[in-house]
Design a protein around this ligand. Structure first.
Ligand code: GDP
Length: 614
């Protein structure tokens, strides 16, 4: 699978730096009609990460090899203080551009001096019980160094093994939930995904989910066809199912590496690891081990004796004891670092996991670590972090809802609508998918990045957060946990029972014609303290306003005990025989309401109005 997106792990940490315009006056540059992110970075002499970050701000997820056109390249260059011109389309121009790129790249590499190959970071995914945990254990046991040393392995959330003198880093929290949760935080640290499929069971719902999560992140997949020791194993059937799911294996002319293994009998583990290295080689994974470290929190906990502990996967630079670091919303001075064998280490370079001690408090998985020069710098970064949270510039503020879709398209913040579609039956998915995808326009593409049957789950919400998407539930509900998480992350979950309405709403949202969402605003509460005799057959209650206010235009619910016995509107409001428009907290008044004349002393009135959502 091509790797089209590779947002850098250090995005949040470096945003500050990237947003500072260079001090030099604007320099002029000619750009071709189309060029890759890497080429643009080379031409502008900035890191590809900076380009990717600028693109992310425009909601374009691009990887280093992805081609972008002149208009976008020009916008990026302008934001980095360049003045751009379109380069005439001549063969000579192209050739000289390439040689210029080569020259600059060489220069850049020489300058950086230090872009070194780094180990791949691998996550294992697959359906429950297909053998993810067993495989991670089996891989760990192949590590001769560790076993020879008789070391007791520690669970720190990630470990490294050596294969043919090359290291591979495994995140040992299997499953796509952890992977997507990290992505939702803006940290994509996985380079390759091992998709475990049990040969006796075949592709199951979570296998499909894992494939979709991997695709949404555009991370290459290797298939580990597990449990081949079992007599019921049917490899061909699984290969067929894989092809149907869009993963055509090499043997069948595709590009997906598939290795038959038995995690239990330790068959094929070495081949799997060697194949991982081959895929990693294609990815040309490099990082600069020089300079201050940046990294991502894989796992963190509070240890009773050692205080806050965090496993950091270093992303670039080298982390050392005594470094001052900012990690998400906390900071500290690294007091000691341990590897996955519990051994104290003096340094950790790119793609190396280490557990660190010395933080002020426990950070969250997915938080970014940045080594800084001084405590002062740490404090100023923390301050910015705090302000960022207040201003809602954190990742979650980039979510879309059908209601703000049009604004985001118009302002260029959104170029695609990512939809997660959950339906009651498989048969509903295809018609909805195809109708929604047909709504794609030149400006915005509608993509169903994941679909499946069953309730909207936490995993769906995480995928929506990670992909800045929204969720459509068709004839299904939402799990309680998912509902809570969606409200924290601001994810839009919409429920429908009629296909036409799904398509109609999305279409209207794309055109900015969606009716505004209506929300209930509670205006105040009052208590019935007296009942006056009916005047012209209308019952009037004497009420006391407990909080908020009561107004003549309000809607009102009459509550008696737990029950709502009427839901109606105010028809008159009087104080001392005068009609009034409003009565505030702490005052008494007489009230009559529409179609209800059965007030009793002690009834509670709840006044509300329906407003358009902001
Ligand atoms: P996970 O839920 O994907 O992490 O699956 P586990 O690693 O916990 O494995 C589920 C079950 O399948 C366990 O009982 C394992 O012992 C068994 N299992 C895993 N791999 C193999 C295998 O290669 N062969 C056989 N026969 N059983 C396996």
């Amino acid at each position: 699978m091509p790797r089209a997106k590779k947002p850098d792990n250090t995005v949040e940490a470096e945003v500050e730096e990237a947003s500072q315009p260079p001090e030099t006056p604007k320099s002029q540059i000619e750009l071709p009609h189309s060029l890759s992110v890497r080429q643009l970075a080379d031409l502008l002499q900035v890191s590809a990460v900076d380009i990717i970050k600028q693109l992310m701000r425009k909601d374009i997820m691009a990887n280093i090899n992805q081609a972008i056109d002149y208009d976008i390249a020009s916008e990026v260059a302008t934001s980095l203080n360049f003045e751009t011109r379109l380069r005439p389309r001549t063969a000579k121009g192209a050739a000289s551009a390439i040689s210029e790129i080569r020259k600059r790249r060489k220069l850049q590499v020489e300058e950086a001096g230090n872009l070194q190959p780094r180990p791949p970071v691998v996550t294992v995914m697959g359906h429950v019980d297909h053998g993810k945990t067993r495989l991670l254990d089996a891989i760990r046991q192949t590590d001769v160094m560790a076993t020879e040393a008789g070391a007791i392995t520690q669970h720190i959330g990630a470990y490294q093994v050596k294969v043919d003198e090359q290291k591979i880093t495994f995140l040992d929290t299997p499953g796509h939930e952890a992977f997507t949760a990290m992505r939702a935080h803006g940290a994509q640290i996985t380079d390759i995904i091992i998709l475990v499929v049990a040969a006796d069971d075949g592709i199951m719902p979570q296998t499909v989910e894992a494939i979709n999560h991997a695709r949404a992140a555009e991370v290459p997949i290797i298939v580990a066809l597990n449990k081949i020791d079992k007599p019921e194993a049917d490899q061909d059937r699984v290969k067929q199912q894989l092809a149907e799911a869009g993963l055509v294996i090499e043997e069948w002319g595709g590009d997906i590496v598939c290795v038959p293994i038995s995690a239990k009998e330790k068959i094929g583990i070495q081949e799997l690891l060697e194949n991982l290295l081959v895929v990693a080689e294609v990815e040309e994974l490099k990082a600069n081990p020089a300079g201050p470290a940046s990294g991502v929190v894989v796992e963190a906990e509070m240890d009773r004796n050692r205080g806050p502990l965090a496993t950091i996967l270093v992303n670039s630079g080298t982390l050392k004891p005594a470094d001052t670091v900012v990690v998400g919303g906390t900071w500290g001075r690294v007091r000691a670092m341990f590897n996955d064998l519990g051994k104290q280490v003096k340094k950790a370079g790119p793609a190396t996991p280490v557990e660190i001690m010395g933080l002020d408090s426990v950070p969250q998985a997915g938080d970014i670590l940045t080594a800084v020069a001084s405590e002062q710098q740490a404090q100023s970064m923390l301050e910015k972090h705090r302000r960022g949270e207040e201003e809602g510039t954190s990742v979650s503020s980039r979510v879309v809802s059908l209601h703000d879709l049009y604004d985001k398209i118009s302002s260029g913040q959104v170029k695609g609508l990512n939809v997660i579609l959950k339906a009651d039956v498989q048969g509903s998915i295809e018609p909805i998918r195809s109708s929604l995808e047909l709504l794609s326009t030149n400006e915005v593409q509608v993509r169903i990045i994941h679909s499946g049957t069953g309730n909207v789950s936490e995993s769906d919400v995480m995928l929506a957060t990670a992909s800045h998407g929204l969720i459509i539930g068709f004839g299904v509900g939402t799990d309680e946990g998912a509902r809570r998480q969606a409200s924290t992350e601001g994810i839009d979950i919409r429920h429908y029972d009629v296909i036409y309405n799904v398509v109609d709403d999305v279409e209207k949202a794309l055109k900015g014609l969606l009716e505004p969402e209506l929300v209930e605003v509670i205006e105040g509460h009052a208590e019935v303290r007296a009942i006056f005799s009916a005047i012209k057959g209308v019952q009037v209650a004497g009420i006391y306003v407990l909080d908020g206010k009561v107004s003549r235009n309000s809607s009102v619910r009459v509550r008696r005990g737990e029950e709502v016995i009427s839901d109606t509107t105010v028809s008159s409001l009087r104080r001392f025989k005068d009609d009034v428009r409003e009565v505030a907290t702490g005052y008494e008044c007489g009230i009559s309401v529409k179609d209800f004349d059965n007030f009793q002393v002690g009834d509670l009135l709840e006044f509300y109005r329906i407003d358009k959502a902001a």
